[in-house]
Design a protein around this ligand. Structure first.
Ligand code: ZN
Length: 396
């Protein structure tokens, strides 16, 4: 009797294990690859960061093991960041150009992806005016996803949000960095929009003209970072950068802003906006990820019925293969927030803008590109199997 019960229980158990394996969208190959990532100690914190998400379709029901492996890694992180580059709205009218609008139900996909915190400081946050912004913020609040970078006025847009995991408090300040923006996108003293560092033409002593950031905007950003410093152990600053060449780190524009953020107290800069990968720099031992690249890039031509000129730009951008090469940056932090390991996981986007991990020639090309772009910035990127690991500076 006892034996038959045990055999029966064993049969149920093995059936449930087999069932779980069958249900798991990860195949043996990808379970193995995920296990090759650095394993954190119990008290360490894993921070995963991804770039621009114009995410309109449901990915969670995908059977693609490479996609499911990517999302498993994001979910397994203690803190997961994405740039939320779209508006969720189900009513209202496009005020600028209907380009990055999704139904509010898309936020369930972000929850499925394990997203903890997002940046709203980008050029699409006001595409549906203040009602679109409010719907987006409310939907994220209801889903328990923290956000910063946009608000009912400039003070609120610059206000940090704080995430706490395993006793570590991480603050996120989010800022749009662009010489110009469509009217109504940047927040004002009494008007809604995004936190913004603008640029202006400046003549240098050698006679050349460059676009440099507005001093008063830099000061506002620095003040926000100093305020965040008082509330958290680790300060992350999200910069959505539309400044100069797509994969160029110009010393008068994006580098000035990123370094000013570190000088004001940022521990890490999460850069995105060019929709392509840029290099990584360590400034005062703090990592600056100039551009993580695209996370999801789902421009829909049918959204441009009334904006044929914008459609042309989108079609040109969407045919650039660089937009489909990306990465997830996975970091292991000490309980105090010190960087102990930084991994670059190669990501490819399908023609529909849907991300998945990638191996082989594509991964080689993506990781070689980060290495080449980081080298002039003094950063060493080393290959480690299917992904790369970044040399961290020795902190005294
Ligand atoms: Zn943008």
């Amino acid at each position: 009797m006892k034996w038959s019960w045990m055999i029966c229980a064993a049969a149920v158990l093995s059936a449930s294990i087999v069932g779980a394996a069958e249900r798991s969208p990860l195949n043996k190959e990808w379970r193995g690859k995920v296990a090759e990532l650095g394993q954190p100690a119990a008290d360490e914190i894993v921070l995963t960061v991804a770039g621009d998400a114009i995410w309109l379709d449901k990915f969670s029901d995908s059977k693609d093991a490479r996609l499911q492996a990517l999302f498993e890694v994001m979910r397994a992180g203690d803190i997961s960041f994405i740039n939320f580059e779209m508006v969720t709205a189900n009513s209202g009218y496009p005020t600028i150009k209907e380009i990055a609008k999704s139904d509010p139900s898309i936020v369930k996909e972000f929850v499925w992806a394990g997203t903890d915190v997002v940046s709203l400081a980008n050029n699409h946050m006001m595409d549906f005016g203040s009602s679109g912004l409010e719907t987006t913020r409310r939907t994220l609040d209801d889903a328990g996803i923290k956000h910063s970078g946009a608000g009912v006025n400039l003070a609120e847009a610059f206000r940090p949000t704080v995430v706490e995991r395993k006793g570590l408090k991480m603050a996120l300040v989010s800022v749009m960095v662009s010489p110009t923006l469509t009217i109504g996108t940047g927040a004002g003293e009494n008007s809604p929009g995004v936190a913004w560092v603008r640029g202006t033409s400046v003549r240098k002593p050698d006679g050349t003209t460059v676009i440099a950031p507005w001093e008063s905007d830099l000061k506002a950003m620095e003040e926000a970072i100093r305020a965040a410093r008082k509330q958290a152990d680790l300060v992350a600053v999200s910069l959505h950068i539309h400044w100069g060449g797509l994969d160029v780190v110009d010393p008068d524009g994006k580098q000035v802003v990123a370094r000013a953020a570190v000088d004001a107290g940022a521990d890490i800069i999460l850069g995105h906006g060019p929709h392509v990968i840029n290099g990584i720099e360590f400034y005062k031992s703090k990592p600056i990820l100039y551009s993580i690249g695209n996370f999801a890039c789902q421009f829909k031509p049918e959204a441009y019925t009334f904006f044929p000129d914008t459609l042309k730009i989108v079609q040109r951008l969407s045919s650039d293969p660089k937009l489909f090469e990306s990465m997830i940056v996975r970091m292991v932090l000490s309980p105090k927030g010190e960087f102990r390991r930084m991994e670059l996981l190669p990501v490819e986007l399908t023609p529909d803008g849907i991300p998945h991990f990638v191996t082989g020639d594509k991964a080689d090309a993506i990781l070689a590109k980060v290495k080449t772009l980081s080298d002039p910035l003094g950063t060493k990127v080393n290959r480690n199997g299917w992904y790369s690991v970044v040399d961290l500076p020795l902190v005294p």
